[in-house]
Design a protein around this ligand. Structure first.
Ligand code: NAD
Length: 371
């Protein structure tokens, strides 16, 4: 497989490269040599990824006379918090790591968010390289430099914008990934395609969900198209002033459901139900046609996200949980609305919109009904 490379460039000249391929040890070594020439390299990961790939990564990054240390934390959204960040920061301080530290964040979206936040804050900021190992992190979270942690008030409520030096996406990491985790990541890709690249949707149908490496070109193309779109949007609006919020389709309700589940529902699945709800809201407001709304539901149903399983929290509880969303302004939550498959709604140049509570309540009830 030929490696595909995308250059993410931002206003002001900042940028990073994203490589997508199979068996990218050579690229990892090159980055370690180039970016880490005068640095001490550390790997931050979670315990499961450490067991799967820890030794392999450390030996790839190590060079004669340049040992690489690995620090890991317990996996899971419940550990994406201040305590984990503080522990890692203290471990680095205890190891006498200075400003010349280069962090490799190796893992899923949680590792990227946590290790990226450590990089953003350690010694007022040190560089990091993202090495995503879940499909969700490959198609979405490793791109764009949003890093952070959760609090009891909501998801990702403390964090920063901190761009990686490079992103290395090696599909080989997905060889043993369970189907549920593949679907979890695919839902974020479907969200991107529903909002901005409808021609990519047939790719999702062709992917082998049980063994995605049996359809490697399709897998690479799904990642490439998701990353290409995200690189473009985040390059134009890195600090999420407006357009970047379009990536948040399904997330106002999705994050609320994730929070209410005590983070037991994986992020992608919560977003999947959020997409159902926000498609229904768009339809109720007369912005999305009934047929396009039904098409949205069909794309999610193929991944097992169906109205019958819509989480049974009351609309009131969901509405209350949306208040912690980062798109909220003046205490009013806002939503990304869909206009057609492949296009989000804009009004007066704005991508996020307030929606009356009554419309949200009715849409939540409707989207939990059998279609
Ligand atoms: N920063 C962003 O822009 C952004 C965007 C979307 C989502 N996110 C965040 O990403 C997080 C979800 O990420 P996720 O779904 O990758 O979850 P995750 O990081 O928890 O990974 C899921 C599980 O898979 C394991 N795992 C990782 N790689 C594996 C592999 N190759 N094979 C087998 N198991 C593996 C992990 O140890 C973990 O137990 C959420 O916290 C979400 O908020 C961030």
């Amino acid at each position: 497989m030929e490696t595909k490379t995308i250059s993410a460039s931002l206003e002001g000249g900042a940028g990073y490269s994203v490589s997508i391929g199979s068996g990218l040890e050579k690229e990892l070594k090159e980055i370690a040599n180039r970016e880490g020439k005068k640095s001490r390299i550390v790997v931050i990961t979670d315990r499961s990824v450490e067991k799967l790939f820890g030794e392999q990564i450390v030996s790839t990054l190590e060079a004669p006379g340049k040992p690489v240390e690995l620090y890991s934390f317990s996996e899971g959204e419940r550990n994406k918090n201040q305590k984990t960040v503080t522990t890692l920061q203290h471990e680095l301080l205890n190891g006498r790591y200075g400003r010349d530290t280069l962090i490799f964040a190796v893992g899923g979206g949680i590792v990227g968010d946590v290790a990226g936040f450590v990089a953003a804050t350690y010694m007022r900021g040190v560089p990091y390289v993202n090495v995503p190992t879940t499909l969700l992190a490959m198609v979405d979270s490793s791109i764009g430099g949003k890093v952070g942690i959760d609090t009891k008030y909501g998801k990702n409520t403390i964090g920063s914008f901190c761009l990686p030096r490079a992103v290395i996406i090696d599909i080989q990491y997905l060889a043993k990934m369970p189907r549920e985790q593949i679907i979890n990541g695919l839902i974020e890709a479907v969200k991107t395609f529903i909002t901005s690249d409808k021609d990519a949707l047939p790719l999702v149908e062709k992917l082998n969900l049980d063994e995605p490496l049996k359809t490697p070109e399709i897998l690479q193309e799904i990642i490439f198209r998701s990353v290409s779109y995200k690189v473009g949007v985040t390059g134009r609006d890195v600090r999420e002033g407006n357009e970047r919020m379009a990536l948040n389709f399904g997330h106002t309700i999705g994050h609320a459901i994730e929070l209410l589940s005590g983070y037991r529902l994986p992020h992608g699945f919560a977003v999947g139900y959020g997409i159902l709800a926000e498609a229904k809201i768009s339809e109720s407001l007369g912005i999305l046609s009934a047929s396009d709304c039904a098409e949205c539901f069909r794309h999610l149903a193929r991944l097992g996200i169906v109205p019958e399983d819509f989480p049974s929290y009351s609309p009131e509880k969901i509405l209350e949980a949306t208040l912690g969303d980062k798109k909220t302004r003046g205490g009013v939550p806002r939503y990304i609305l869909l206009e057609t498959i492949g296009k989000v709604h804009q009004k007066d140049g704005q991508f996020a919109h307030p929606v009356p509570d009554e419309v949200v309540r009715k849409a939540l009830k409707k989207c939990a009904e059998k279609q």
